[in-house]
Design a protein around this ligand. Structure first.
Ligand SMILES: *Cc1c(COP(=O)(O)O)cnc(C)c1O
Length: 334
């Protein structure tokens, strides 16, 4: 695929990087002695879980809010995410003086609701499911003219996430393999476009959980498909890619070299290693890169970068995993 024909190009990502500079953190990258010895090539950890709001999602959300026309910004932005995208959009909108409305169902736990409110968003509690929350988003778009900012399938979001790839290549120009957590594919699409735009020989590998990996199933089927959603330690990697996916599916299909699936036990081991050895608190989704390296399934001729994508994990759950639990308990999965 030529650069010009990609839906999100290296130039788009460079422009996003200029836009969001000063509004998001440039996160550190550190070499892991233990993982380097284990794998036999230098392994670097991109500590993106130190990002403001606790995940890389702030990059895409900030770029999306900055891309709005003045009248769109005045109408406000809206989304249905209760997780890292919701937090990021709430923060990004507030920082730019816009109003974010986050719709969520009555089943979302009170601490998540409070967290999104604390970040300055207007919370609309509606219905009993994520689908009903999304119906409310659609209504607010149709009736109030709000602008929906989806978590991955939007050029401005993909370009924003891609700035993480630019940073990696600035910090380690000879990176040979980049390990990217994969769900809807906005992060993987953006990072792969940046990394391969700068070095076509570099490999980009997507990592996700065995339980309910919609992008992997879609790549295997050759088109977006739905999979049953199951509780996982990597809860930020859950959810579908959208049967009407326009961009992230095609970009992942064209740009990813491989996708590796991790079991719950492997993800738990990744979180445990991150904490006990690297001294980092990461959520399950952020630990899949370390999990894949520990499992011995990553081969690379040169330096490897693993993106630690987020840190928003319930600390009681984190403690149980550190103390040896291998998966979610019944109460976590509830
Ligand atoms: C959203 C998210 C991902 C996956 O990003 P996609 O763009 O949906 O593939 C990975 N890790 C964390 C912590 C996330 O919040």
């Amino acid at each position: 695929m030529s650069r010009q024909s990609a839906p999100v190009s290296l130039d788009d990502i460079r422009a996003a990087s200029a836009h969001i500079a000063g509004r998001v953190l440039r996160t550190p990258m550190v070499q892991s002695t233990g993982l380097s010895e284990l794998v036999g090539v230098p392994v670097h950890l991109k500590l993106e879980h130190h990002q403001t709001t606790g995940s890389f999602k702030l990059r895409g959300a900030t770029n999306a809010v900055l891309s709005l026309a003045a009248d769109e910004r005045a109408s406000g932005v809206v989304a249905a995410s209760t997780g890292n995208h919701g937090r990021a959009l709430a923060h990004a909108a507030k920082a730019e003086g816009a109003v974010a409305t986050i719709c969520m169902s009555r089943l979302v736990p009170e601490n998540k609701v409070a967290e999104i409110r604390r970040l300055g968003a207007n919370v609309q509690i509606i219905g009993r499911s994520q689908d009903e929350a999304q119906d409310e988003v659609n209504r607010l778009v149709a009736e109030k003219g709000m602008v929906m900012v989806p978590p991955f399938d939007l050029p401005a979001v993909i370009a924003g996430q891609g700035t993480l790839g630019l940073e990696i290549m600035e910090q380690l120009p000879d990176a040979a393999t980049v390990l990217v957590p994969l769900s809807g594919g906005g992060l993987a699409a953006g990072v792969a476009a940046a990394v391969k735009g700068l070095n076509p020989k570099a490999r980009v590998i997507g990592l996700t959980m065995e339980r309910g990996a919609a992008m992997k199933a879609s790549l295997d089927a050759g088109r977006p498909v739905q999979v049953e959603e199951l509780p996982s330690l990597a809860d930020s990697l859950g959810g579908g890619i959208g049967l009407d996916n326009r961009l992230s599916f095609a970009m992942c299909r064209d740009l990813l070299d491989d996708v590796i699936l991790l079991s719950e036990e492997e993800i738990a081991a990744g979180m445990r290693h991150a904490y006990s050895v690297e001294r980092e608190i990461v959520e399950g989704a952020g630990a899949v890169g370390i999990a894949a390296l520990l499992s011995g399934r990553v081969r690379s001729e040169g330096p490897i970068v693993a993106i630690l994508s987020g840190r928003n994990v319930d600390m009681n759950l984190h403690r149980r995993i550190i103390n040896g639990a291998e998966s979610l308990s019944k109460e976590d999965a509830a």
